[in-house]
Design a protein around this ligand. Structure first.
Ligand SMILES: Nc1ncnc2c1ncn2[C@@H]1O[C@H](COP(=O)(O)OP(=O)(O)OP(=O)(O)O)[C@@H](O)[C@H]1O
Ligand SMILES: [Mg+2]
Length: 332
């Protein structure tokens, strides 16, 4: 069997905080695989560890983070050797559009110069070639190349987000991590950026990890969805399956709380809150909020169960065939 392009196994991140270095377990055993051209949505409520997970794949966590597990690129673990083994892959194999990226440009330098710099920093291109490619990259993301000479404040939010995408693509990565790339944009621009992401991933054969809270967006854009709760992936499956036949009650709750154009459907609100990272957890992390929870859920952490070939869920009842018994009225 050939190795998957990217394989993350039992990834764990603990932040040391405060004067005593109190541990906060923020990512608690995340595993997934990604092949060339696949699009994976990473979804979950605020604070569940989405950004921390993908920052770990870039090797860009702050110094108070302790990381364990494996990040294999073509079968080779790039996490084990620390910064020395991560650096050659950062931006060249795995690149990222950061949360709030459109505000991350240096206001004193032109967009083109900043994109060109990411290439020169890698010693790949001389100055002239890097600037020419920066223009070409802007063209590719739908920005007229002459805007390369503009300063960030001279571009709209949507344009700056496109420019952030151009910058991430500058060194021809194979994997693109996009952290809420549309959150601060209006609906029309959001749709354009997503269309662009879809088109580029298809054209360039890029694998995409799209981080978002927005479930309808993820179902539309991604092949698979990974649901994150309190630092763990509680369900992964084909986007359409999670929408119509989720096996984890958390996934069902999030979908039930998502407004849609389907006016017949009653939208429920999210009840309760996720556990804090410093909270001691016994049993299933979701049990306190779960309408399905039984005694076992409060005492024993569920194992990840295979529901179908492509679909797994960490719930004691994941394989009971309840997957199609959705919350009444939620999905028809
Ligand atoms: N450097 C740090 N030191 C200590 N705790 C941190 C650090 N960075 C993040 N955290 C904590 O880790 C948890 C997960 O944060 P993270 O940013 O990964 O969540 P997220 O899922 O991306 O949330 P959002 O949807 O709001 O962006 C949060 O409780 C956060 O406060
Ligand atoms: Mg985040």
């Amino acid at each position: 069997m050939t190795e998957p392009m990217l394989e993350v196994e039992d990834l764990r991140v603990t932040f040391r905080t405060g004067p005593r270095g109190t541990p906060l377990d923020v990512v608690r055993g995340v595993s997934f695989r990604l092949e060339q051209g696949q699009r994976l949505g990473l979804v979950g409520e605020s604070g569940c560890g989405k950004s921390t997970t993908i920052l770990t794949l870039m090797g860009l966590l702050p110094p108070n983070a302790e990381v364990s597990g494996a990040i294999r690129l073509d079968g080779v673990d790039i996490l084990q050797g620390g910064e020395r083994s991560m650096r050659p892959h950062r931006w060249t194999d795995i690149a990222m559009v950061f949360q709030g990226a459109m505000n991350a440009f240096n206001p004193t330098r032109t967009i083109g110069a900043q994109i060109a710099e990411t290439m020169r920093g890698r010693g790949r291109a001389n100055r002239k070639a890097a600037h020419a490619r920066a223009r070409a990259l802007l063209g590719m993301v739908g920005i007229p190349p002459d805007r390369a000479d503009r300063y960030p404040h001279e571009l709209s939010g949507g344009m700056r987000q496109r420019a952030a995408l151009a910058m991430a693509l500058a060194n021809e990565p194979r994997v693109l991590l996009a952290d809420e790339p549309t959150t601060a944009l209006d609906v029309m621009i959001q749709a354009q950026i997503l269309e662009l992401l879809e088109r580029l991933t298809a054209e360039l054969g890029l694998a995409l990890v799209l981080v978002t809270h927005d479930l309808p967006l993820v179902v539309e854009t991604c092949d698979r969805v990974a649901m994150m709760y309190a630092g763990r992936l509680v369900e992964i499956g084909p986007a359409a399956t999670l929408f119509t036949a989720a096996a984890h009650p958390y996934t069902r709750m999030l979908f039930a709380a998502t407004p849609s154009l389907d006016l017949d459907r009653r939208v429920t609100s999210l009840t309760g809150a996720p556990p804090r990272p410093d909270q001691e957890l016994v049993g299933c992390d979701f049990a306190p909020r779960c309408d399905r929870a039984e005694t076992i859920c409060h005492v024993m952490s569920p194992r990840t169960t295979r529901v179908t070939e492509q679909h797994v869920a960490a719930c004691h009842f994941a394989d009971t065939g309840e997957t199609h018994r959705l919350v009444p009225g939620v999905v028809r």
